[in-house]
Design a protein around this ligand. Structure first.
Ligand SMILES: Cc1cc2nc3c(=O)[nH]c(=O)nc-3n(C[C@H](O)[C@H](O)[C@H](O)COP(=O)(O)OP(=O)(O)OC[C@H]3O[C@@H](n4cnc5c(N)ncnc54)[C@H](O)[C@@H]3O)c2cc1C
Length: 488
């Protein structure tokens, strides 16, 4: 047997890969993280995130000891988020297509894994700017089951991971494009990679695949997600091209999860450089739609914008926009609802935006059918159930009885100026991946383990389908990364 370069090779230096790396290094294993991107562009999709991480907790007192101190804590209400709620959210948004065992482990391990990362040096805080509304009395109420995030967002998350990796003695090789798995006597014993200096092999006892989904591969998107997905804009890293998913299938791994759907959001349609933008990252997302309406170029609505809190609908509305003429839609607000939109997103430099004193003027400026928009807004305004007050902090049942209905947060569009934000589909990550047990051991179709091979993060299939509860990508990455690294 040839000499090994490390005990454990991790392919991919994102949140899942580093979580696996730290768990292995903590056990005294020598760890090599092989990362395709350059050092300057590393961090995968994890770098682009807001750092929002969904974990169970019993309220602020339950997490206060490991989150950053903040003077607002004394006037803040953080409703508990129980394991039962987490499981129910996963089942509801995926319409029951989530793997029950993976989900149970995700939920059970979520806070413990966050505490473990915190003990290694990862910093966390309450996400006031994204997940709380300030109330008239000056206090804050958190909503939507997603309350804690990384200090410094995705950039902070990756910076902290890199620091922890240094402390634990892990070696990270950048510019290292892993292309193949080496199998000897039925066991995965290493990988083949292309580096600037040429091709080489790396050998180890175990290989953990944490190289993301296939969202960065236009041909695979079109093949598995369907026609139209070639037009989606890539929100995150261009490096996640599915090569290692195919390599895993090539050595006998089974597929798992929903290969026909992906996480996709409403995304600035027209601003230049709206793909894989490391400066603007998440600022290109347009998440304020629950307080307004969304219309297509014909001025027609096509989703229930107020079906649920944003955290439970944002990941499925991107694909609805792909179905609209020109793959574009417009979020429309008036002077009453515009102040509710997040500064980070809606005051982005070079934002695509139309503003007008009249609705007709807005439609003309934006290229929306004038009569179509006028009829839609008239019907929407007159369909509003005025018996409930508008309140964005709760599901207020202030509904507009139109088709499709708007179930909550219906506020009449009647006060100038009017605003329209053009949005297209921004693809985040794909849901289909490789099959594994709850410890990341890669399985074949018949349920046998492939010795030496582990998987975690976006590459692990089975958790999500069609939709996704916000903050679960980072949670799944840390939980299953840690578990794989604990036995690899
Ligand atoms: C704009 C944006 C915002 C988001 N916001 C959130 C959020 O707030 N909360 C949340 O939970 N989720 C969020 N997500 C989703 C989240 O990013 C992912 O679910 C999560 O980061 C995936 O982690 P990962 O480690 O599996 O993948 P990644 O972080 O993408 O890491 C995969 C790594 O593998 C490397 N790689 C790929 N191919 C190879 C190869 N052949 N050889 C070597 N290396 C390779 C890549 O370069 C990359 O560094 C967001 C995503 C985007 C794009």
């Amino acid at each position: 047997m040839k000499a090994v370069d490390a005990d454990v090779i991790i392919v991919g230096g994102g949140n899942a890969g580093f979580s696996a790396a730290h768990a292995a290094a903590e056990r005294g294993r020598s760890v090599l993280v092989l990362e395709k991107a350059s050092r300057e562009r590393a961090g995968g999709n994890s770098y682009y995130t807001a750092g929002a991480t969904r974990v169970t907790h019993g309220g602020l007192d339950d997490v206060r000891d490991f989150i950053d101190a903040d003077e607002r804590h004394s006037s803040t209400e953080v409703p508990p988020y129980t394991p039962e709620q987490y499981i129910a959210d996963m089942e509801r948004v995926t319409e029951g297509r989530n793997d029950a065992d993976l989900t149970r482990v995700l939920v059970e391990d979520s806070q413990g894994t966050m505490r473990w990362l915190s003990s290694l040096g990862m910093r966390y805080r309450l996400m006031y700017e994204r997940q709380a509304y300030d109330r008239p009395d000056g206090s804050y109420l958190f909503w939507g089951g997603l309350h804690i995030g990384n200090t410094g967002g995705g950039e902070g998350l990756i910076a902290d991971h890199v620091k922890i990796a240094e402390c634990l003695g892990e070696t990270v090789v950048y510019d290292c494009d892993v292309t193949e798995l080496i199998v000897e006597d039925g066991r995965v014993v290493g990988v083949v990679a292309t580096l600037p200096e040429g091709r080489r092999e790396y050998r180890a006892e175990s290989v953990v695949l944490a190289a993301g989904g296939f969202e960065g591969n236009v041909a695979m998107r079109q093949k598995y997600l369907g026609d139209g997905w070639q037009h989606a804009k890539l929100r995150g890293t261009p490096c996640n091209t599915g090569a290692l998913i195919e390599a895993g299938l090539g050595v006998g791994a089974a597929r798992a999860g929903d290969w026909g759907s992906a996480h996709s959001v409403q995304w600035d349609a027209f601003t230049p450089n709206n793909e894989s933008n490391r400066e603007l990252t998440n600022r290109l997302t347009r998440g304020g739609y629950p307080n307004g309406i969304i219309v297509n170029r014909d001025g027609q609505r096509f989703v229930d914008e107020g079906e649920d809190f944003r955290n439970y609908t944002y990941a499925k509305f991107g694909r609805e926009i792909l179905k609209q003429p020109g793959n574009v839609a417009y979020q429309v607000f008036d002077a009453k609802t515009r102040p509710l939109l997040r500064v980070e997103e809606y005051e982005m430099p070079d934002i695509s935006e139309y503003v007008s004193e009249t609705l007709d003027g807005l439609a003309e400026a934006a290229g929306i059918d004038v009569d179509g928009l006028r009829q839609t807004v008239d019907a929407f305004n007159s369909g509003i159930d005025e018996s409930h007050d508008f309140d964005p902090t709760i599901k207020d049942q202030r509904r507009s009885d139109v088709q499709p209905p708007k179930s909550n947060w219906a506020s009449s569009l009647d006060t100038a100026p009017f605003y329209a934000y053009p949005v297209t589909c921004g693809v985040t990550f794909t849901f289909g991946g490789l099959k594994s047990d709850v410890d990341g051991r890669v399985l074949t179709e018949s349920g046998d383990q492939i010795p030496g091979l582990f998987v975690c993060g976006e590459m692990l299939g089975g958790l999500f389908s069609n939709n996704y509860p916000g903050g679960t990508g980072l949670a799944a990455g840390m939980v299953f990364g840690r578990r794989a690294g604990s036995i690899a």
